[in-house]
Design a protein around this ligand. Structure first.
Ligand SMILES: [Zn+2]
Length: 208
């Protein structure tokens, strides 16, 4: 993994500044792939798309933050600034209510992050730590996500089928997965269909 320059960006709502790391190059060595479509690649970390400004208490889209400077990744300049932080599950849930929603893609992104962050607890076998408030609100949020998948998109169909399986709706899961037209997804599709046939609803790591 080769780090790129560090960008200095400004909160879209106030004068607070953040450091944003960039990547010159990365790879998927050691990556883990999961049935919900999440990829965990230590050598290719996901960039932060949504963040929170503690100074003005606003959630913001990182692409809306203006870049005001750029320094080498090992520079001491701006050492007092914090790096952009990814949100927690609870913060994504708040962000969905508070952030400026510019398009359906924004809603989809936030709901998918909520699903993946929720599933992270199962990925790490930490599900006992999920709060009751989150458990109460999740069925409604996952139902919303089911309704925003784009059925013309095979990748969305794959995720929708998986979410239906995780919710125990195995017949609907199989029907949805069988709508996938590209053979690019055959392997993963079959793994998820087989799990649905066996009425298994747990999240699984994909091992090829
Ligand atoms: Zn701010």
């Amino acid at each position: 993994m080769q780090p790129g320059p560090v960008e200095i960006i400004q909160c879209p709502y106030c004068d607070n500044k953040f450091k944003k790391s960039t990547l010159m190059s990365g790879n998927t060595i050691g990556a883990k792939f999961w049935t919900d479509g999440k990829r965990e690649a230590p050598m290719l970390p996901d960039s932060v798309v949504v963040s929170f400004c503690e100074k003005c208490s606003e959630y913001f889209w990182v692409e809306d933050a203006k870049k005001i400077d750029q320094v080498l990744y090992d520079s001491d300049k701006y050492s007092d600034l914090e790096f952009l932080k990814d949100l927690t599950l609870e913060e994504y849930i708040y962000a969905l209510k508070q952030i400026d929603i510019r398009s359906d893609d924004d809603t989809f992104y936030l709901l998918r992050q909520i699903w993946w962050k929720y599933n992270d607890y199962y990925r790490k076998n930490n599900e006992a730590e999920l709060s009751q408030d989150v458990e109460k609100i999740m069925p409604d949020l996952l139902e919303k996500l089911l309704n925003v998948f784009d059925e013309n998109d095979d990748n969305h169909l794959l995720m929708k089928g998986e979410l239906l399986r995780e919710l125990g709706q195995f017949e609907k899961a199989k029907v949805t997965l069988n709508k996938i037209s590209s053979d690019e997804y055959d392997k993963v599709k079959q793994i998820i269909i087989d799990l649905a046939k066996n009425e298994v609803s747990e999240l699984r790591e994909l091992k090829f």
